[in-house]
Design a protein around this ligand. Sequence first.
Ligand code: RIB
Ligand code: CA
Length: 312
Amino acid sequence: MAQKIIIDTDPGVDDTMAIFFALRSPELDVIGLTTIFGNVDTDLATTNALRLLEIAGRMDIPVAKGADHPLTGPFAGGVAFVHGDDGQGNVHLPPPAGRAVDQSAAAFIIEQVMAAPGEITLVPLGPLTNLALALRLEPRIAVNVRQVVLMGGNALCPGNATPAAEANIHNDPEAADVVLGAEWPVTMVGLDVTHRVNMTPAHLDRYDQSDDPLAQHISRIVPHYRAYFEQSYGIQGIYVHDSSAVACAIDPSLFTAQRWPVRVETQGISRGKTWPDNGERPLPPWQGRPLVSVCVGVDADRLLEMELNRLT
Ligand code: RIB
Ligand code: CA
């Protein structure tokens, strides 16, 4: 039976690719999208989620709008230089016909998880605020969820939002520390692996050449995103962030992982840095914390082929 997943997302070019990848994966049954600020604000993330489901012909999938600011302060603002003003590479799509359900993202997550104990996987692709709010409202979701497979963090490598921190965690470090400290099975798919999955120009050409409507949409929105990687990292092609978390939910054997307790720095210039304790015995700030599966290795070629074969 396909694994039921809820994707929590801030679309976002790479979120778009990940959502389409999940929709095209028979191992997964996407039962809802919940939205969050990050690449864009939550209103636009919600609009984009609805638009993407319409492009995919999947208006049967509900969208629930999430928090519009982090747990402890205002949202710092989107990253138009990465994803475009519209979060879709500045292609400016028409408004969606549908609308979000009358339920917050946190309430939607709680209702779905509690109605199907042990069945639902949460796949957050943005800041972890909605999951932290859901835990606060209903702590029992931790023991009723199947697993959490998140894109975010940097255990053993530099960040991308700052030298210290990865963007999703940096946008709400307090929420991330709650989510990584809850007693649920969490897999962290962070920059340690996503910066090793490079979708090259030859890979991206396959979207351009495909007549699949999902591939065609990706082909339209990727150029702006690709230019950001060239300017910021000097690479041709793009790093595969959000789709790597979807791939991990489909097939964890693509990754190798270490089991460590993880804390999130909430202060100073390292705000948002995810710190694993990889020593023999956890030190006080990590003591009593659950072990997180931190991905440290990836079969990038197999992952890329899986995604491209399903979307082109
Ligand atoms: O650091 C990568 C993450 O930040 C991805 O989720 C991307 O969509 C951006 O939000
Ligand atoms: Ca994202």
